[in-house]
Design a protein around this ligand. Structure first.
Ligand code: ADP
Ligand code: MG
Length: 238
C-alpha cells in the first residue's frame, strides 16, 4: 500500500477554478473520507488522483513518486463508482478478470485472485451471471471485487452506496469497514452520509468551494468544528 500526498493541487476548467491549493497527506493504510456540498470538487479531486482528469497545478505523489503526468494504468489506483460501471455484456467473472487480462496476467493467477475476492465479498454464486441479473447490492460487490483483484496501491470510492436502499447501505457500509480492517488499503472515500463518514473514517476532510475547511478525526471534528459550516456538515450540536 502507498501513501498519497496532494501538494497545492489545483484544477481549472477554462477560466473556472474549481480546486484551490489543496494540501492533504494521506498515510499508507489510512481511510480518508471526503465530505462537502454538491459541486465543491470531491469527484474532481478523486479523478485527478486516479489520473482521469488532468491536474492544473501542484504536485501529486503516490508511494513517494510524483505521478502528475502518469496515465491511469500506471498509477495502480482502483476507483469504485456509484453507478458501478460494470460491463453489461460480460459475466461477473469476466468483469473481474478483464483488467488483469489486459495487464497480461496468467490465467491461473487471475482465477485465484477472482475466486479469493469472490469469497471475501460473498459473490461466489454469481460469477457466471451478467450484471443485469444481479441486485444493486450484488453489483456494488462486483464493482468492489473488480477493484480488489488488481491489488492496487490505493482505493478511491465516489459515493459508492448512494444508489442503494437504506438497509443495503448499512450492510455494505459494514462490509466496507470489514474489508478495510482486513486489507488495510489506503482509501479515499467520498460520501454524503454522515454516518458513513463518522464510522468509516480515520480522518475526515470537509471541503467547501474547492478548498479544505477542516481535516481531523471524526470525534475531533464533531466536538471541535472550526466553523458553523463544518458543524452543520458533521452534525455537531450547534
Ligand atoms: P462534487 O463531486 O463535490 O459534487 P465535482 O468535482 O463534480 O463536485 O465538481 C466541482 C465543480 O467543477 C463543479 O462546479 C462542477 O460544475 C465543475 N465541473 C466538474 N466537471 C467539469 C467539467 N468537465 N467541465 C466544467 N466544469 C466541471
Ligand atoms: Mg461528485
Amino acid at each position: 500500500m502507498a501513501g498519497i500526498a496532494l501538494k497545492k493541487i489545483q484544477k481549472s476548467y477554462g477560466a473556472l477554478r474549481v480546486i484551490h491549493d489543496i494540501d492533504i497527506e494521506i498515510e499508507s493504510g489510512e481511510f480518508l473520507v471526503l465530505v462537502g456540498p454538491s459541486g465543491c470538487g470531491k469527484s474532481t479531486l478523486l479523478r485527478m488522483i486516479a489520473g482521469l482528469e488532468e491536474i492544473s497545478g501542484g504536485e501529486l505523489d503516490i508511494g513517494g513518486r510524483t505521478v502528475n503526468l502518469l496515465p491511469p494504468a500506471e498509477r495502480n489506483i482502483a476507483m469504485v463508482f456509484q453507478d458501478y460501471a460494470l460491463y453489461p455484456h460480460m459475466s461477473v467473472r469476466e468483469n473481474m478478470s478483464f483488467g488483469l487480462k489486459m495487464r497480461g496476467g496468467e490465467q491461473p493467477d487471475i482465477d485465484n485472485r477472482v475466486n479469493q475476492a469472490a469469497d471475501i465479498l460473498k459473490i461466489q454464486d454469481y460469477l457466471d451471471r451478467r450484471p443485469a441479473q444481479l441486485s444493486g447490492g450484488q453489483r456494488q460487490r462486483v464493482a468492489m471485487g473488480r477493484a480488489i483483484v488488481r491489488e492496487p496501491a490505493a482505493f478511491l470510492f465516489d459515493e459508492p452506496l448512494s444508489n442503494l436502499d437504506a438497509a443495503l447501505r448499512v450492510e455494505m457500509r459494514l462490509e466496507i469497514a470489514k474489508l478495510h480492517r482486513r486489507m488495510k488499503a489506503t482509501t479515499v472515500y467520498v460520501t454524503h452520509d454522515q454516518v458513513e463518514a463518522m464510522t468509516l473514517a480515520d480522518r475526515i476532510v470537509v471541503m467547501n468551494g474547492g478548498v479544505v475547511e477542516q481535516v481531523g478525526k471524526p470525534l475531533d471534528l464533531y466536538h471541535k468544528p472550526s466553523s458553523l459550516f463544518v458543524a452543520r456538515f458533521i452534525g455537531s450540536p450547534t
